[in-house]
Design a protein around this ligand. Structure first.
Ligand code: NZQ
Ligand code: ZN
Length: 394
């Protein structure tokens, strides 16, 4: 196991009606003026935004709102948010409250660091500057998926350059609190529920596929969370208002990405980098893109590095192994994973994702322009291998 520091200071407030505590929680974490960030309208239609506003008012907090965050959130709204904060009275620092999913939370995080910086916030994403300070961010989560409610990351798309980049700065970007009420996820469209389930599983895979030795504890943690997701996912798809199943999936999404399942590992992340190029170019839903990219990645890398793919197949997908060749076990593991995702209604290739004629040259070019070469760690991927993986997704 590698040396590591694990610090996850977010206060998680989980369960029914917990959104009513948002005003008190903002006060507890030092807020006096709040900027609420939200998305395309689901929180308005569900009445959640109104309940959040009521709670802030009851707690004596003043607030403004900034709606309109799109899935695969863009730089334009981040800049608008930063301007808005500069125009809010300078008497006390602004507290950012994200009410929504990963796109809303990531926009709030980008505004939080951008508002404390003289240059352009995008400098942080391209590695031109390091965050020194950020405004606090609180979260009311409405979709278990990206794990941004517990992560120190923010993923933003720059529409001018076409880049979608993940910024990692756990000491500045982890939310100070996250309210997680499983009932808020009842209104999710099935495709978003399924995409979220895929995303959280791949967050675990990115950490599980490592060459670091002596990772017994994290391997078993990861396998346990994965097995739970596989058990609970069909229940939430069949019964969207099953509180217990929604609760288990919601907590799994946090555990998958707050770093616990990767402690002491060299992590991989090549599948995420490859999917981010897909969602930057074609605007696909991130988790659905991963359902296409990840099995292709696993097929290619497990040829030269089979160890963890065999372990996953046997321990998580119950593939029989006695007397069988390891490549046979891996192939069956990948088939079971694909079958599980398609049973949730997820795509298994580019065509099903809505991309009939993928521009593989451009995807490979953009990927290595942004991420360099090679990418990933479980198997180091050069352009030849990333092209082969994209080719496998057709
Ligand atoms: O915009 P509204 O109207 O709210 O609708 C959203 C959106 O259309 C809808 N939705 C959310 N909660 C709902 C709901 N609809 C009905 N009822 C509810 N309760 O769902 C759609 C998707 O929302 P979004 O926030 O985009 O989903 P998600 O949480 O999957 O976030 C995806 C983004 O997060 C990034 C992805 O790349 C993508 O940009 N990621 C962020 C990470 C991080 N910060 O740590 C890690 C991930 O790997 C990921 O890359
Ligand atoms: Zn993800």
């Amino acid at each position: 196991m590698e040396n590591f520091t694990f610090c996850s200071p977010t206060e998680f407030v989980f369960g029914r009606d917990t959104e009513k505590e948002v005003g008190q929680l903002c006060c507890k974490h030092g807020a006096s003026r709040v900027l609420i960030i939200y998305g395309g309208g689901s929180v308005v239609r569900s009445g959640l935004l109104q309940r959040v506003e009521q709670s802030l008012t009851t707690a004596g907090l003043s607030y403004e709102t900034l709606g309109g965050v799109k899935p695969n959130p863009e730089d334009g709204l981040v800049r608008e948010g930063i301007r808005k904060i500069q125009n809010m009275s300078a008497s006390a620092p602004v507290f950012l409250l994200a009410v929504g999913g990963g796109s809303v939370i990531d926009t709030a995080k980008a505004i939080a660091c951008g508002a404390c910086y003289d240059g352009d916030f995008w400098d942080f994403y391209i590695g031109k500057a390091k965050i020194q300070r950020a405004l606090p961010v609180g979260v009311v989560l409405t979709i278990p998926a990206a794990g941004s409610e517990g992560s120190g990351n923010s993923v933003i798309t720059n529409t001018a350059t076409g880049q979608k980049i993940s910024l990692r700065s756990p000491e500045h970007l982890r939310p100070v609190f996250s309210i997680m009420n499983p009932e808020l996820t009842y209104t999710l469209p099935p495709y978003q529920t399924a995409s979220g389930i895929c995303d959280m599983m791949v967050h675990i895979f990115e950490r599980y596929f490592t060459n670091t030795p002596e990772t017994n504890i994290t391997d078993h943690l990861a396998e346990g969370v994965l097995r739970s997701i596989i058990e609970q996912a069909p229940l939430v798809m069949q019964h969207p208002q099953d509180y217990g199943a929604r609760a288990n999936i919601m907590w799994a999404g946090m555990l998958a990405h707050n770093g616990l399942c990767g402690t002491g590992h060299v992590e991989d992340w090549a599948s995420h980098f490859m999917e981010h190029e897909l969602s930057a170019l074609y605007g696909v839903t991130h988790g659905a893109g991963l359902a296409v990219v990840f099995p292709a990645w696993l097929t290619v890398v497990s040829r030269s590095n089979p160890k963890k793919a065999v372990q996953l197949a046997v321990r998580v997908f119950d593939v029989p192994y006695e007397g069988r060749h390891e490549q046979e076990i891996i192939a069956e593991g990948i088939a079971r994973l694909r079958h599980f995702w398609t049973s949730l209604g997820l795509p298994s290739n580019m065509r099903e994702l809505g991309i009939t004629d993928p521009d593989i040259d451009l995807l490979v070019h953009n990927l290595h322009e942004t991420k360099g070469e090679p990418i990933g760690n479980y198997v180091r991927l050069d352009r030849i291998l990333t092209r082969e993986i994209y080719d496998h997704t057709r």
